[in-house]
Design a protein around this ligand. Structure first.
Ligand code: BGC
Length: 738
């Protein structure tokens, strides 16, 4: 036998005497329907049965792409072509199949949900579940088995171009939000793909940058959202990141994938590469990659195609490695009903659009509201000047892979005019991003003319609403580039200042994926609203908040600094790295942890967000748990709506370890609950804290330790607005299993 034939015979196994392309006969064949088609059998039994029928060539087909977003079908066994799709803000339009151009279909419109950071700003777990559910139903309607989201990389710097897709700076908030998102989508027979695992916290040199971060920081800040996705939500797929960690690319990283994800956390689904994130066959084979996507080579030359096969053939990689990858791929197919008649799904329904609107409404953060300018009274306002390009610009179709081809997008101007049809609404551009030289829009010949016109319009109106901020152009909120600074691009700052001088009743609405520099004009403007990229219903949601149909209840999922140099990576000169490496020198002190430790006053703190009503906190009780399986402590607090309107408050619980062996951040978010209250209504909010809430990761012990001693429990309306506090003693040190 030639070595190749010997290899094939070996791969095919003793039951397969006819060569590699013939299915091995199994016992089940002789008894009627094969076991893998029997819905009543456990998934692992079905997986093993189907695996036993696959030829080596067929197995190889299942671990790499056959177009930009598919893997090959194997018709003789009824294995369908498997479709993947971006994600995460809805189902992206069809791409390719063999390049990045849109496929040009007319049936690939979908619901455009608000972006990830907007969802995080709702702090509403039910909405996160609903969000996942909408995406899952629409994926089914579009025939996509795996959705490439949610995206949960921590906001380490306000400049990261993809912050808008992620859940902010806090690992606890991100972990809480990701779990219902994934449960929601996977209940719809659609696999989620949590991404980008791990440490893809900047776009600058994203494909090559080597991240140096200490073990404790990795565990406490950058991994928890992924860990919760795996352990609590049972996410079916994980996407590796582009960057490197400890020298190895994250898509085939022995430590991150084999040891932590699959070893410690027991992940049984598949790890796919980011598109073109695979760089080496041996590493891809041995360091945990199960599905290679997007490599810039002919499909049969992908690292996990012919080159992989050659390694198997030479015996350099054992067959069990291929089988493990195939098992993981098949498991995801069975879990998403690939063989059992996946139900058809629904798309672009009124219910989905309403879900998009609810998320957008609850995401809006009222940053400032001096003198109660907001809400505007629709019965008393006779004229409104709506100023700014973002009042009329649509964003859903941009930003990189998360873009959505949506049947409609309500702009802020549409939303306002729709809400108050009898009010005179005049729009003035004020600025044009084309003038920044980064878009295809015609450059403005004269920004001064635009500003002067806006000032004029503002002067003549009862109220001015400037809708500015960023957009998804290069070097702003977009994939592939980071922002260069916090400044509002162009002459927006001057525009806002001059509009506010002309009309003191000026509201600024910021459309962005994170903090912008507001310092130059904040003192002149009574009201500021953070509206994010709010999806197809964004304009309606904004109008509902501006006119008081809805009281704002969003809270910042990230600190807004006064200046860039106040935020940790920048204060330390530890961004974007040099000579191919970025060192996370701030360690654990990401986001508010840094501002607390260095006693820096943020402009708007983590967790901040005003309401049209007011809430009083009282009666804090710390109730120690008695059941071994229950919480160790339950935080009880009374919250009353003391204002004149219905509204929702996010009650936030931070824990402070008074004394600990290893240094710890001053406080860390460990619980929250969003509660809706009518005027005068009071509720007792109960927030359970497990032992985990008191633990830190001890790298020497390779585990989580809750140390005996005193803890302060801080309960408040933001990380810097603590309303009630108490202390509690943990009696004995314990190791915490997560
Ligand atoms: C992005 C991923 C995305 C993939 C497929 C990559 O460039 O980093 O988030 O899912 O492309 O479009």
């Amino acid at each position: 036998m030639t070595p190749r034939l010997a290899f094939l015979a070996f791969l095919a196994g003793p039951a397969c005497g006819l060569g590699p392309l013939t299915a091995p006969a199994t016992a089940a064949d002789t008894q009627g329907a094969p076991a893998y088609l029997d819905k009543t059998k456990p998934v692992d039994v079905r997986v093993d049965d189907l695996l036993s029928r696959l030829t080596p060539d067929e197995k190889i087909l299942l671990v790499h792409a056959d177009s930009k977003f598919t893997t090959a079908a194997i018709p003789r066994l009824g294995i369908p072509q498997r479709w993947l799709s971006d994600g995460p803000h809805g189902v992206r339009e069809d791409i390719g199949p063999h390049d990045w151009r849109p496929a040009g279909r007319t049936d690939d419109f979908s619901t455009s949900m608000p972006v990830g950071i907007a969802l995080a700003a709702t702090w509403n777990l039910d909405l996160a579940r609903e969000y996942g559910s909408v995406v899952g139903q629409e994926a089914r309607a579009r025939g996509k088995a795996i959705m490439l989201g949610p995206a949960v990389n921590i906001m380490r710097t306000p400049l990261c171009g993809r912050n808008f897709e992620y859940f902010g700076e806090d690992p606890f908030l991100a972990a809480r939000m990701v779990v219902p998102w994934i449960r929601g989508i996977q209940a719809e027979d659609t696999a989620a793909c949590v991404k980008h695992y791990a440490l893809n916290n900047q776009e600058w040199e994203r494909g090559t940058i080597d991240v140096e971060v200490d073990e404790r920081t990795l565990r406490e800040i950058y991994l928890p959202a992924f860990e919760a996705a795996v352990k609590e939500a049972g996410v079916l797929t994980v996407m590796g990141a582009y960057n490197r960690f400890r020298g190895q690319h994250a898509c085939h990283n022995d430590y991150l994938i084999n040891q932590v994800l699959k070893g410690e956390w027991g992940f049984r689904g598949l790890v796919m590469s980011d598109w073109s994130g695979t760089h080496d066959t041996r590493q891809a084979a041995l360091y945990g990659l199960d599905l290679e996507m997007g490599t810039n080579k002919p499909y049969d030359q992908f690292y996990l195609a012919t080159p992989f096969r050659e390694l198997l053939e030479k015996g350099e990689v054992p067959m069990s490695v291929l089988d493990d990858k195939v098992r993981r791929n098949l498991r995801v197919m069975f879990e998403t009903k690939a063989f059992d008649g996946r139900p058809p799904g629904s798309i672009n329904t009124a219910a989905h659009q309403q879900a998009a609107r609810r998320v957008a409404e609850e995401a809006i953060v009222l940053l400032k509201n001096e003198g109660g300018l907001l809400p505007l009274d629709p019965a008393r306002v006779r004229s409104i000047a709506v100023i700014g390009e973002n009042a009329v610009r649509k964003h859903a179709h941009q930003g990189g892979s998360s873009e959505i081809k949506t049947p409609y997008e309500v702009t802020p101007l549409d939303g306002i005019t729709g809400r108050v049809p009898d009010v005179k609404v005049t729009h003035a551009m004020g600025y044009r991003s084309g003038a920044w030289g980064t878009t295809g829009l015609p450059a403005s010949p004269d920004e001064e003319t635009l500003i002067a016109r806006a000032v004029e319009v503002a002067r003549q109106a009862d109220v001015a609403v400037v809708v500015g901020g960023l957009n998804h152009d290069r070097y702003l909120d977009t994939e592939g580039t980071d922002r260069k600074d916090l400044a509002l691009p162009g002459r927006q700052a001057e525009l806002i200042r001059r509009v506010a001088e002309a009309n003191p009743r000026t509201v600024v609405v910021l459309v962005s994926g994170g903090a912008v520099d507001v310092e130059p004009w904040l003192g002149k403007v009574p009201a500021v609203v953070q509206a994010w990229y709010a999806g197809m219903e964004g304009g309606n949601a904004l109008a509902a908040v501006l006119f008081g149909d809805v009281s704002p209840s969003g809270k910042l999922p990230a600190t807004f600094p006064r200046k860039l140099a106040d935020s940790p990576a920048h204060a330390l000169g530890a961004y974007p790295g040099a000579h191919g490496t970025v060192r996370y020198e701030e360690g654990l002190l990401v986001g508010y942890r840094w501002f607390d430790a260095k006693a820096i006053e943020p402009l708007f703190p983590f967790g901040h967000g005003l309401s049209y009503t007011s809430f009083a906190y009282s009666g804090l009780k710390l109730v120690e748990g008695t059941k071994p399986e229950g919480p160790v402590l339950t935080v009880q607090v009374d919250v009353a709506n003391t204002g004149g309107r219905a509204g929702a408050e996010v009650v936030q619980v931070y824990v402070q370890d008074v004394q600990s062996t290893l240094p710890r951040p001053q406080k860390e978010l460990k619980g929250f609950e969003k509660v809706m209250l009518k005027p005068g209504e009071k509720a007792t909010v109960e927030i359970p804290l497990g032992a985990d809430a008191f633990a830190y990761y001890d790298p020497a012990k390779k585990g989580w330790i809750a140390e005996a001693g005193e803890f302060r429990v801080l309960v408040g309306s933001s990380s810097r607005d603590i309303r009630q506090q108490g202390t509690w003693r943990l009696a004995a040190t314990r190791t915490v299993k997560r």
